[in-house]
Ligand binder design. Structure first.
Ligand code: PRP
Ligand code: URA
Length: 209
C-alpha cells in the first residue's frame, strides 16, 4: 500500500500559497517552485538508509554516517517537472537526471508520450519522479509505468499540488510507490484543472501564456 505523505511544514505551506496567486510572474513562480522542491526533497528522503563510516576530523578519528542505499535519479515529467529538478539537485548533487515527455490530450485528458531518456543504470537507482501537478493522475501513472517497463523498482513520486482523484488513481495503479504531496486540494473542474490549484504549471513556469 502506498505511503501518502502530505507536507505540513510551515515554509512549504507558505510558499505554496504564494505561487497559487495569479499575479505571481514566471520568474518568482519558477524560483519558488525550486525552493518548494528542495524542501520537499528533505522530507521525501527522511527514511533513506545510513551506514557508519570511519572519518578523521582535524581533531581525531570518529565514526560518522553516510548514505548506504542505492544511488538516486530524478525524473521530471516534461515540461513542468523540469521546474523541480534544480531544487532537488541542490540537495542531492550526485543524482542523475532522466526525462519523460508527456502531454495531456486536451479532449480526452489522457497522457500522450513524446519523449523518454533515462540514465542507463536507472533500474539500479532509487528514482524520484517529479511533477508539480497530480490532477487526473493519467500522466504520473503513465510515467511510472514507463519506468517499471524499463525495470525500475524503487520509485517515489513528488508533486506540489494533488487532487484527490489523482491520488486515488495513483495509489490504485502503483501501490508500491510512495507519494509526497505538497498540498492536497479539493477537486478537479470540468477541464480537469485542480481546484483551487495554481492554473497551468507549465505555462506559469515557462511564461508561455
Ligand atoms: C500537466 C502537469 C502534469 C499533468 C497533470 O502537464 O505538469 O504533467 O498536466 O495532469 P494529469 O494528472 O491529469 O495527467 P501538461 O500535460 O499540461 O503538459 P506541460 O507540462 O507540457 O504543460
Ligand atoms: N495540469 C496543470 O498544470 N494544472 C492543473 O490544474 C491540472 C493539470
Amino acid at each position: 500500500m502506498s505511503n501518502v505523505q502530505i507536507m505540513d511544514h510551515p515554509l512549504i505551506k507558505h510558499k505554496i500559497s504564494y505561487i497559487r496567486q495569479e499575479n505571481v510572474g514566471s520568474r518568482d513562480f519558477r524560483a519558488v517552485v525550486g525552493e518548494i522542491a528542495a524542501l520537499m526533497c528533505y522530507e521525501a528522503t527522511r527514511n533513506l538508509k545510513l551506514q557508519d563510516v570511519k572519518i578523521k576530523t582535524p581533531i581525531c578519528e570518529t565514526v560518522g554516517q553516510e548514505l548506504s542505499g542505492k544511488k538516486m535519479a530524478v525524473v521530471p515529467i516534461l515540461r513542468a517537472g523540469i521546474g523541480m529538478v534544480d531544487g532537488i539537485l541542490n540537495m542531492i548533487p550526485a543524482a542523475k537526471v532522466g526525462h519523460i515527455g508527456l502531454y495531456r490530450d486536451p479532449e480526452t485528458f489522457e497522457p500522450v508520450e513524446y519523449y523518454c531518456k533515462l540514465p542507463a543504470d536507472c533500474d539500479e537507482r532509487e528514482v524520484f519522479v517529479v511533477d508539480p501537478m497530480l490532477a487526473t493522475g493519467g500522466s504520473s501513472v503513465a510515467a511510472i509505468q514507463m519506468l517499471k517497463d524499463k525495470g525500475v523498482k524503487n520509485i517515489r513520486f513528488m508533486c506540489i499540488i494533488a487532487a484527490p482523484e489523482g491520488v486515488e488513481r495513483m495509489t490504485k495503479a502503483h501501490p508500491d510507490v510512495d507519494l509526497y504531496i505538497g498540498a492536497l486540494d479539493d477537486h478537479l473542474n470540468e477541464q480537469k484543472y485542480i481546484v483551487p490549484g495554481l492554473g497551468d504549471a507549465g505555462d506559469r513556469i515557462f511564461g508561455t501564456k
